[in-house]
Design a protein around this ligand. Structure first.
Ligand SMILES: [Zn+2]
Length: 180
């Protein structure tokens, strides 16, 4: 298990030329955009970034992440543990055109300065890997699924019947009756 903190920045071109990388640990509180999606500060993120040059002479970074964090169950709104595992390959690019020209298995990593901000790279990958909604297993969830079944079909049919035009029609019928 890793326990060194992940460095803040890395010169990816240098690391790719040497075929080296970095790895380390981050806390959710260090990643504000990611933290905003979580239920609390607890948890940890392990990141390994391996740099290389590919056969097209591109600068490549493989980002492997394992995270254990706490999120909110969208059914019962209680906290629940979430494990995130992600493995993505990025290619360093400098322009949007270069990004668009990448093959499908490579995602662009736009590097504006020599030193690539590793925490931002990790944070972007974590956010991409987050499930859109998280739910407890039904056995662990405080809210039973049946409580969320919508209105019974009969009720819906009744609601459909009482529309304002029906009421108007009844009134009109009543008026005609009184006049005659
Ligand atoms: Zn739940």
């Amino acid at each position: 298990m890793l326990d060194e903190p992940l460095p803040l920045a890395l010169d990816i071109r240098k690391a790719a030329t040497r075929g080296t990388g970095v790895s380390g640990v981050l806390k959710p509180a260090q990643l504000l955009r990611f933290r905003a999606l979580l239920a609390g500060d607890e948890g940890r993120v392990e990141a390994t970034l391996s740099c290389a040059r590919d056969e097209q002479d591109r600068y490549i970074v493989c980002v492997v992440l394992e995270a254990d964090v706490t999120v909110t169950c969208q059914r019962c709104l209680e906290a629940m543990p979430l494990h995130i595992a992600s493995d993505n390959t990025l290619a360093v690019v400098w322009t949007d055109e270069q990004a668009a020209a990448l093959p499908r298995h490579l995602d662009p990593l736009i590097v504006e300065e020599t030193a690539c901000k590793l925490h931002e790279v990790v944070e972007d990958e974590l956010i991409l890997a987050m499930p859109q909604f998280s739910y407890h297993d039904s056995a662990h969830c405080k809210e039973k699924i049946s409580a969320y079944a919508g209105p019974a079909p009969e009720q819906e049919a009744d609601a459909g019947k009482s529309n304002p035009f029906d009421v108007l029609a009844q009134l009109k019928a009543g008026d005609e009756h009184q006049e005659s």
